[in-house]
Design a protein. Structure first.
Length: 254
């Protein structure tokens, strides 16, 4: 008879984290506020028209003011990150590999820490070769990597059994406002690879992660305060702040 493996409880995992991973010297970093709104296409047109009057388009976008984001999210066999989001755990973290416009020359490893509506992000550049070795499970190089973040992921891939689970893709249209370091983004075409387990490929076969494919997610991020002019502009009838996770939406199929 095969014994069933049960996932460790959150408190046990947290204690294991603290015992096995020492504080990582990432340097000074500050939490940012992060508000999310799931909106329809008509609401997007109205909000974009309002915001463009006072905000500037991000200079890193293409001619159409957008860019494609692909993120490879990590989780373990017990879906720790997914369960924490579903259960509403206020303090949680996720690891992901991110690249833009299908350009493999610039790839980053990111760790996102959430504490209710506050978020903190750490990142480290990795090469395409390093990324492919990581995705193939060849991890030895990570142990001596100069980035503390890469070393941390190595440890958690060993003892938490983190593995790449899903590829999340979407198109982002970002706007910025200097006061308060405000960044408002409209994310559309949110898609998932479902059961596909190939990553970092030239061609991606995916499907919509939302019931209404034309729906979008508006994210509002800022530092210490949200200027009143921005706060008033995003107050639109039928638009309400809500919890939304692209990772959770893209894991709905498995």
């Amino acid at each position: 008879m095969i014994n069933k493996i049960h996932p460790p409880e959150n408190q046990e995992m947290q204690a294991f984290d603290e015992a096995c991973i020492p504080p990582v010297p990432y340097g000074r970093a500050c939490f940012r506020h992060e508000l999310k709104y799931q909106i329809g296409y008509c609401q997007y047109l109205e909000l974009r028209s309002r915001l463009k009057a006072v905000m500037k388009a991000d200079e890193h976008t293409g001619a159409d003011g957008r860019y494609l984001i692909r993120s490879i999210y990590f989780d373990n066999y017990w879906d720790k990150a997914l369960r924490e989001k579903t259960d509403g755990v206020p303090k949680r973290e996720k690891f992901r590999i991110r690249y833009y416009n299908d350009d493999f020359s610039y790839i980053t490893l990111e760790k996102k820490v959430k504490n209710n509506n506050l978020c903190l992000k750490f990142d480290a550049d990795i090469t395409e070769e390093e990324c492919r070795r990581l995705l193939e499970g060849r991890l030895a190089w990570m142990r001596e990597h100069p980035s503390c973040l890469v070393q941390e992921l190595y440890g958690k891939m060993r003892y938490q059994l983190l593995r790449p689970r899903v590829l999340v893709s979407y198109v982002r249209e970002p706007y910025i406002y200097k006061a308060g370091n405000v960044r408002v983004t409209f994310d559309s075409c949110i898609r998932t690879t479902m059961y596909h387990r190939g990553f970092l490929e030239e061609r991606t076969d995916d499907i919509s992660a939302l019931d209404r494919p034309k729906d979008m997610v508006m994210e509002v991020k800022y530092d210490a305060f949200l200027p009143e002019v921005i706060r008033s502009l995003i107050q639109t009838e039928g638009v309400r702040q809500q919890a939304f996770s692209k990772y959770q939406a893209c894991r709905r199929f498995g």
